[in-house]
Design a protein around this ligand. Sequence first.
Ligand code: ARG
Length: 257
Amino acid sequence: MSKKILVLCMAALMAVMAMVAGCGNDKKAADGEKVLKVGTNADFAPFEFQGADPTAYEGFDMDLIRAIGQEMGYKVEINNLAFDGLIPSLEAGNIDVIISGMTINEERKQKVLFSDSYYKSGLSIMLPKDNDSIKSFADLKGKKIAVQIGTTSATEAKKIEGAQVKELNSSADTFIELAAKGVDAVINDRPVNDRYIVESKNDKVKVLPDLLTAEDYGIAINKKDTELQSKINAALKKLKDNGEYDKIYAKWFGGKK
Ligand code: ARG
């Protein structure tokens, strides 16, 4: 008799524990709102960076993902990670999505799902103003080049014949390396190079006009999460249709797309 009661009590306890665990898995915030865990590498202005208040992440990607979260009824939580750690974190389930100026490409598609493209970008070269010998990508043969580790710039730089490629942790580090004359040039996403020229007040560097590649940025989602991919694409489309996307675009890049 008492053994039976004990078994029943155990069963009841296990049911309660399962319910508690279930709540955790559903990513509900204390107030019942669903949370979207976003991974980014916040050293990539104007897409993601830490401004005056380092906890309030700023930039085009940050505004866009907050608008997408709002559209989907999710509270957005930003996690600032190393760029080359973003896809592993997504695969491990530590974050739900990545928005980090991340280029959609075949290699990454093996590991993650991508949303529709939300920005058209490309790679450009930054170099000292007084360097007249490097006029295009072809002139980078045998040169020392700084890139951010894990990026499309790193992949492209390694294809250049005889180039010595320095892979650094952030794009800010590549600019520092160039200023310190540790390299001849930096390869980086064009809007980020352009922004540095304007914001840094470093008048000793220039950006070449040619683009090495045409790249599309996408939001990366866990391979298993096709439902989240559809929700994000629907929210993105809505923001493009209702003019909200254009407003965010104009705030960071000026003018209409
Ligand atoms: N678009 C490039 C890539 O996907 C660079 C992105 C770097 N993003 C960043 N937040 N640091 O590889």
